[in-house]
Design a protein around this ligand. Structure first.
Ligand code: CMP
Length: 147
């Protein structure tokens, strides 16, 4: 059965010109890109998106990084999309990924545990929340931001 997940290319991915390469890998891996948009996150939206990490020591740096430039958000679809996209992007720490998962997207395009180039939803619940955050009509996320 088909499943949808949120794929996000972070500012280092856009800045490093990896967006087209990443989208090629997405398509070649059997995903269909259902929705796509480029957005500039502000502090409020980045804080909301990553609210589950708000108590972590790296959180302020994460918000600064995620607001440092535009990101590309996509809804991608295939059978088993959530787990398969997480497998394709590889471990969080891109430095370690270069050793353990050299063919992963983070190994190819990321730098370290923070600047890891891409994001993927980690569960069906996260996928629903994150898709709705960016693409939902009634969500507490970016679509309601009316300043
Ligand atoms: P992501 O999969 O988008 O989920 C949370 C993000 O926080 C993660 O990718 C990294 O960008 C960042 N992150 C996770 N762990 C660390 C860490 N130890 N140090 C700095 N940033 C981190």
């Amino acid at each position: 059965e088909k499943e949808r997940t949120l794929a996000l290319i972070k500012p280092d991915g856009i800045c490093g010109n990896f967006a087209n390469q990443i989208k090629q890998v997405i398509s070649q891996s059997g995903f269909v890109i259902i929705h796509e948009m480029m957005v500039q996150l502000d502090v409020r939206n980045a804080t909301l998106f990553y609210s589950e990490h708000s108590a972590k020591s790296f959180f302020p740096n994460l918000v600064e990084y995620m607001t440092s430039g535009p990101v590309v958000v996509m809804v991608i679809e295939k059978t088993n999309a959530i787990a398969d996209w997480r497998a394709l992007i590889g471990p969080t720490d891109a430095g370690k990924a270069k050793v353990s998962h050299p063919n992963s997207i983070r190994a190819m395009c990321g730098s370290n545990s923070e600047r890891n180039c891409v994001h993927g939803s980690d569960s069906p619940q996260s996928a629903a929340r994150e898709i709705s955050f960016f693409f939902g009509e009634i969500s507490p996320g970016i679509m309601e931001h009316d300043e």
